[in-house]
Design a protein. Structure first.
Length: 327
């Protein structure tokens, strides 16, 4: 079986092609970026409309197959930005109708987890899912992926992007903040907000903006201090989830997980616990079509089917609302 996966939850339009063994035949994408300001949903949606055909064609060419050889069309159904999700769903439905292919909608967060499990060969991990709009600590229990901790306000990536915008940087801001942090030398005390298993970034962002506007603090030092504070918060709740569940594997997922400092801190924590940490290649940490294609195969092989009328976007479905029938 060969699955074509369409990803369009946020600023990236991706098309991935994966077979039933998990072999990735292609993983193409095109992302909306800005020089100033953040992601604008309408403009991101327009970007996806312009690029969807090209990205799908590139994926088929890379996989050296025709659309006729695809057995399943998978698409990111939830959660995400409506303007962006809609383009992916329309693309998937069009392909399914024109070429008479079955269609499956999948959950974006779970797709991150399942591609990580497959590529890293981990068995039953706690997942730290850190991306633009999402920050969750997830683990499997009782036929669902349970959320053991999450952000109470902003996703960690959106928080970092907001700080980057305050400094006049474009979108995405995470990589630029990371480069600044490498030049930071002094730790500036910032609010550390962990509430049980959850984290909060709103007050921290306000504090950073105040410090930045005061002109009294070095920008590189603020970037460095941001990373040290925020990633320590994420490591703390991840470790607490591992202790609570008794699991000995930590899997990173989401675009923010590309950050080398976050990876270092997670690895240090796991080493102290005698646990293992797993990190897929950056290509599969960021939003991508291959993870959508792979989860589509898992769901289809488990017996799940979807009528075309049900292949609609569901922007607000949570990770723990999805019944996991393939485990």
């Amino acid at each position: 079986m060969i699955s074509l996966g369409i990803e369009s939850t946020a600023h990236t339009f991706g098309a991935g092609i994966v077979d039933h063994t998990g072999k990735i035949l292609a993983n193409e994408k095109d992302s909306f970026t800005t020089q100033h300001g953040g992601i604008v949903p309408v403009k991101a949606g327009e970007h996806h409309i312009r690029t969807c055909d090209t990205v799908v064609r590139k994926a088929l060419k890379k996989a050296m197959i025709s659309i006729d050889e695809v057995d399943l069309i998978s698409f990111s159904q939830s959660p995400g930005i409506g303007n962006c999700l809609r383009v992916g769903a329309i693309t998937a439905r069009s392909l399914a109708v024109i070429y008479d292919k079955p269609i499956i909608g999948v959950n974006h967060a779970i797709a991150h987890l399942e591609i990580g499990r497959k590529l890293c060969k981990c068995k039953d991990p706690v997942m730290l899912y850190a991306s633009g709009a999402n920050t969750q600590v997830i683990a499997y229990e009782g036929k669902k992926y349970r959320i053991f901790g999450e952000t109470l306000d902003n996703g960690v990536g959106n928080f970092i992007d907001a700080f980057a915008r305050e400094m006049g940087l474009g979108f995405p801001g995470g990589p630029k903040v990371y480069e600044m942090a490498l030049k930071g030398k002094k730790y500036i005390e910032l609010p550390y907000i962990v509430k049980g298993m959850d984290v909060s970034f709103g007050g921290l962002l306000t504090n950073l903006k105040q410090k930045l506007r005061s002109g009294k603090f070095n920008k590189d030092d603020l970037a460095y201090s941001l990373q040290e504070t925020v990633y320590a918060m994420l490591v703390e709740v991840s470790e607490r989830a591992m202790a609570h569940t008794g699991k000995s594997e930590l899997l990173l997922g989401g675009g923010v997980a590309c950050n080398k400092r976050l990876q270092e801190m997670c690895e240090a924590m796991c080493n102290e616990r005698g646990a293992k940490m797993f990190v897929p290649a950056n290509e599969f940490l960021v939003d991508n079509g291959a993870m959508i294609a792979w989860l589509g195969i898992l769901q289809y092989k488990s017996g799940e089917r979807m009528e075309l009328d049900d292949a609609v976007i569901k922007p607000y479905v949570r990770t723990d609302e999805v019944e996991v029938g393939w485990r």
